[in-house]
Design a protein around this ligand. Structure first.
Ligand code: URA
Length: 326
């Protein structure tokens, strides 16, 4: 996210801008859209390596530095794994196959050092961000086809955040990420980790369901343009939530957060970093719905064991041995 502006004779891209957004409540929808488009443009420039833009003294005079964030702990709960396919039909599961893709990298903006927000300020900033995202009209095709924007769900004070690809039909209908077949499996994975779904935070790279013109069902992978347009929402979400750890579910999630191309089969299980936050790339649960082999389930589970270890969470012998051959 572009979140601050340093003022001399121009402004530096990639430093906190968030204070400007905190006062959005007072702005008109048109002005917000204009500002969002400007920020998206700056972020695209930043992704291309541009670091400095000229700005007039008047423009500089209107810009102020700023803002926010904090973190909280997960509480332990009893876990039992059961990574069987839920009965929901697989047509509602959007995910691209774990294959190598070639596309221009979508680079995460530079590390943002934000001071922590107090609980009330954070809740207000979260609500304000959510309202702006829900009103987003940046992708006309998706605005036409969507039933609703799927912002994200869970505890904004969590230490663990999961990022998926894009809403499917079920998520579009219910307005919540990961509620279809893949979502039920994700919930089981979270529970097997000793957490509850509501304790973590779940979001997607794309906030709207990718449209499938001429088809009444089915899913498709987000386009690079859709990802580049939508990713600022996720950057802002992560900046605000400030989880201790991120889990990227599938190649598209890794690509959206870190840039691509991504070969998830090779990358999974290897720690990466997103703006200073440890990021574990792993399979998308939909991949395990299609591939029920114990070996692949175990791989995802080993990734989650690494996450638990890094979080300093206790892991029982039973948990440690899930999905090992008898
Ligand atoms: N797959 C995703 O990547 N996200 C969802 O919200 C649901 C399925």
């Amino acid at each position: 996210m572009i979140s601050r502006i340093f003022v001399s004779h121009g402004f530096e891209i990639g430093s906190p801008f968030a204070g400007i957004r905190l006062s959005f409540a007072a702005m008109s929808a048109e002005y917000r859209q204009l500002l969002d488009a400007t920020i998206a443009h700056l972020e695209r420039l930043q992704g291309r390596g541009v670091r400095f833009l000229p700005a007039s003294p008047e423009a500089r005079a209107t810009l102020k530095p700023s803002v926010p964030a904090s973190g909280a702990r997960l509480s332990p709960v009893v876990a039992r794994p059961n990574f069987q396919s839920p009965s929901a039909p697989e047509r509602s599961v959007p995910v691209s196959p774990p294959v190598e893709v070639s596309r221009p990298p979508v680079v995460a903006p530079a590390v943002v050092a934000r001071p922590a927000l107090g609980p009330e300020e954070k809740a207000a900033a979260y609500g304000e961000l959510r309202q702006r995202a829900l009103a987003c009209v940046k992708c006309p095709n998706l605005v036409r086809s969507r039933q609703q924007v799927v912002f994200g769900v869970g505890n904004p004070d969590t230490e663990l955040m999961f990022v998926g690809e894009a809403p499917g039909a079920d998520e579009d209908r219910q307005g919540e990420p990961f509620v279809g077949a893949a979502g039920q499996l994700l919930t089981k994975i979270i529970q097997a980790m000793g957490c509850q779904r509501g304790e973590v935070y779940i979001a997607n790279i794309l906030k709207c369901r990718p449209d499938t013109p001429g088809q009444s069902a089915g899913n498709r992978k987000p386009t690079p343009a859709e990802m580049a347009t939508c990713i600022p929402w996720l950057h802002e979400q992560i900046d605000l939530i400030r989880p201790r750890m991120l889990v990227a579910l599938g190649g598209t999630a890794v690509e959206g957060l870190l840039g691509g191309p991504v070969f998830i089969m090779k990358l999974r299980g290897n720690w990466r970093e997103y703006r200073g936050i440890p990021l574990m790339p792993t399979y998308h649960p939909a991949f395990l719905l299609r591939n029920q082999s114990l070996i692949e389930k175990r791989k995802l589970w080993e990734d989650m064991l690494q996450v638990l270890a890094k979080l300093g969470r206790p892991v029982s012998e039973k948990q440690r041995n899930y999905f090992l051959k008898a």
